[in-house]
Design a binder for this molecule. Structure first.
Ligand code: IPM
Ligand code: MG
Length: 370
């Protein structure tokens, strides 16, 4: 059996702690199920800057490109607030997305029944919520050129970011959304702002065109992104799959994540182009939450989003549907047992540390897999 190569980039803040818990699960899977994962570790974000003055080193970039999948923790923190823009922690993440060509970012927002009361919305609005946001990740205003600040003199400056999309970029992300909808409730909502943006006009046109030709079996709705944000907090369960551009996807996925009351629990997958020869694709898996420097190093972080990201990795990169399902069942089971890290704690539950949560997940996983 060929080794399965994972590259682990824990990053900054709570990244180290949650990656350590994912590591326990990987070790357990190797020991109990002989899955043959081989892990290498690298540095990204502030940790990489401290070590080499860049947000990710060339060597680590090469390893990320060579791995079957990358697991990513989180980057950033106040310590690096003043480092030069090009080497700020986030630049490492953006470089990975761009150079691995991870154009499709899947962000599920699932409300675990045990946590419905933790949402800022009424439980009856979010109970059973299961939305998938498909965010375009390598284009749009994040990467468009020009991107600059020009000095106009007399204390006046001019800042430009450029929103740019081409047909092919929209087509491929729309196709991902439609394909995924086929395995769900067959409903895609595309969000843009064609009322003010040319890129929105093209987005809508291209999504409609590919739908008409290839995906008539999936229902398609268009929504202006501002109205979409409003509908997400008004009646979130109307959505199944939402497909949108890089910047709107950034905003809308934070809103959707918070609706579930479980920001510390949500995973994501960033997927590249499928290689026509091998059928494989580059991929990176990361929790939706950030590096939370305020609680770093205290054993307070919730490792579930990281471990749920590992489950997505098993399913998508390695086709291990059973093992992924077992891991997800282990997550539900520890919640049903009342275990809670501080972020999701409520009265009457059992408060546990990052490490205790990871250990409990290992124990459950072993039981379920046996
Ligand atoms: C995210 C984050 C990143 C983004 C930051 C850290 C660059 O907010 O993954 O949603 O804006 O894409
Ligand atoms: Mg974001």
């Amino acid at each position: 059996m060929a080794a399965r190569k994972l590259f682990l980039l824990a990053g900054d803040g709570i990244g180290m702690e949650i990656m350590a818990e994912a590591g326990k699960l990987i070790t357990c899977m190797n020991d109990e199920l002989d899955l043959g994962f081989e892990c290498e570790e690298g540095l990204v974000g502030g940790a990489a800057y401290d070590a080499c003055g860049k947000a990710i080193s060339e060597g680590d970039m090469r390893q990320a490109l060579a791995a079957d999948a990358v697991l990513f923790g989180a980057v950033g923190g106040p310590k690096w607030a003043d480092v030069p823009y090009d080497v700020r922690p986030e630049a490492g993440l953006l470089r990975l997305r761009k150079e691995l060509e991870l154009f499709a970012n899947l962000r599920p927002a699932i409300c675990y029944p045990a946590l419905a009361s933790a949402s800022s919305l009424k439980p009856e609005l979010v109970d059973g919520l299961d939305i998938l946001i498909v965010r375009e990740l390598t284009g749009g205003v994040y990467f468009g050129e020009p991107k600059e600040i020009t000095d106009l003199g007399h204390g006046n400056k001019r800042a430009v970011d450029t929103q740019v999309y081409e047909t092919g970029e929209i087509e491929r992300i729309a196709a991902v959304a439609f394909e995924l909808a086929r395995g769900r409730n067959r409903h895609v909502t595309s969000m843009e702002k064609h009322n003010v943006m040319k890129s929105g006009v093209l987005w809508r046109e291209v999504v409609s065109a590919i739908h008409a030709v290839q995906y008539k079996d999936v229902a398609l709705a268009h929504m202006l992104a501002d109205a979409g944000a409003m509908q997400l907090v008004r009646a979130p369960r109307q959505f199944d799959v939402i497909v949108t551009d890089n910047l709107f996807g950034d905003l809308l996925s934070d809103v959707a994540a918070m609706l579930t009351g479980s920001l510390g629990m949500l995973p994501s997958a960033s997927l590249g182009v499928v290689d026509s020869k091998t059928g494989s694709r580059r991929a990176m898996y990361e929790p939706v939450h950030g590096s939370a420097p305020d609680i770093a190093g205290k054993g307070l972080a919730n490792p579930i989003a990281m471990i749920a990201s590992l489950a997505m990795c098993l399913r998508i990169s390695f086709g291990m549907n059973d093992e992924a399902g077992w891991l997800e069942r282990a997550i539900s089971a520890v919640l049903d047992d009342g275990l809670r890290t501080a972020d999701i704690y409520s009265n009457g539950m059992q408060k546990v540390s990052t490490g205790e949560m990871g250990d409990a997940l290992v124990t459950k996983f072993k039981q379920i897999a046996a």
